[in-house]
Design a protein around this ligand. Sequence first.
Ligand SMILES: *Cc1c(COP(=O)(O)O)cnc(C)c1O
Length: 395
Amino acid sequence: MAFAEYPVQSLMYITNRPELVFTEGKGSWLTDHNGKRYLDFVQGWAVNCLGHSNQGMIDALVAQSQKLFNPSPAFYNEPMLKLAKQLTDSSCFDKVFFANSGAEANEGAIKLARKWGRKHKNGAFEIITMDHSFHGRTLATMSASGKAGWDTIFAPQVPGFPKADLNDLASVEKLINDKTVAIMLEPVQGEGGVIPASREFMQGLRKLADKHKLLFIVDEVQTGCGRCGTMFAYELSGVEPDIMTLGKGIGGGVPLAALLCKAEVASFEAGDQGGTYNGNPVMTAVGSAVMTQLTAPGFLQSVQEKGAYLREQLLALSSEFGLGGERGEGLLRALVLDKDIGPQLVEEARDMQPEGLLLNSPRPNLLRFMPALNVTTEEIDLMIGKLRTLLKKLA
Ligand SMILES: *Cc1c(COP(=O)(O)O)cnc(C)c1O
């Protein structure tokens, strides 16, 4: 079908989309309406952790959809219970609440912290978050986010989210007062430009939280589920948070998210939290198939190896073209460009012939790489080769 025949005008405008309609995906490859193929190093923004149309996920989706779609969130169902156990078994947390998006899981974390503050800390409700952070697009999570301009677009904000600077412990300590109930951050700022919180900072936050009786919340919507080479990124700094949120990778491409906490923090009472689709068996069955593959022997080891390989190749490109180096954890990495050519590289990579390349540029001087966790070294080589061609052309 020609692009002009698609009824694109029926969709509400939210962003400039290229004139492409994607019709199929397999592993690290996407195909558009013209049959052109693209090597996908975006994967739905770090969502499709097992690539497109993973067989284990398809089998789980088909099998569950033939058994039961939706008994109601007020009843137990088997996939919901199985996935909750998989998550508590592979993390330091004891309790799980399922949601549909990362923002909704973060809303849940904010509510849980405020509830805990009401019960155990004299009504404390302020949650210290980080400048340049990203926690979602609902009103409360936009207020929690430290994105420039987000404080005014849909003003007034939800109050109670003072901002500190990432990797600056003193800036956090300065904001602590009687109203503070929690500290919340991404272990690696994703949308902010792939900026890891240092091990020192994470450990310092844990100590601050203990000293002032605060909850330590990690937003692992982007960093969790193997993305950083460990099941969860908090493991990299040797700390145990009190609350964690998951999204993106946990569903591998279907709308699924989760809020996890330690037993002593689980303070919701009947009616405090819910949602029509929480723990939906079709979605949790897919999430369970994802977790089964992520926990298979050797899987996370292979993510670490491929992350190290991607890092080497990016560093080689960086020295070849005199760029600003690279950073990240596991398979969440960024190449620092010398000029603001990120958006141009993204477009030219996409338009390459005969096969395109999908990349992301969260900041004009940065490219972010979030391939499938089962990407092959050959696919990494192919991506690097295409990027080298483009860098030469723009040099
Ligand atoms: C993507 C993202 C979110 C929001 O998730 P949605 O599913 O889009 O609501 C929240 N936090 C982080 C760190 C993210 O990367």
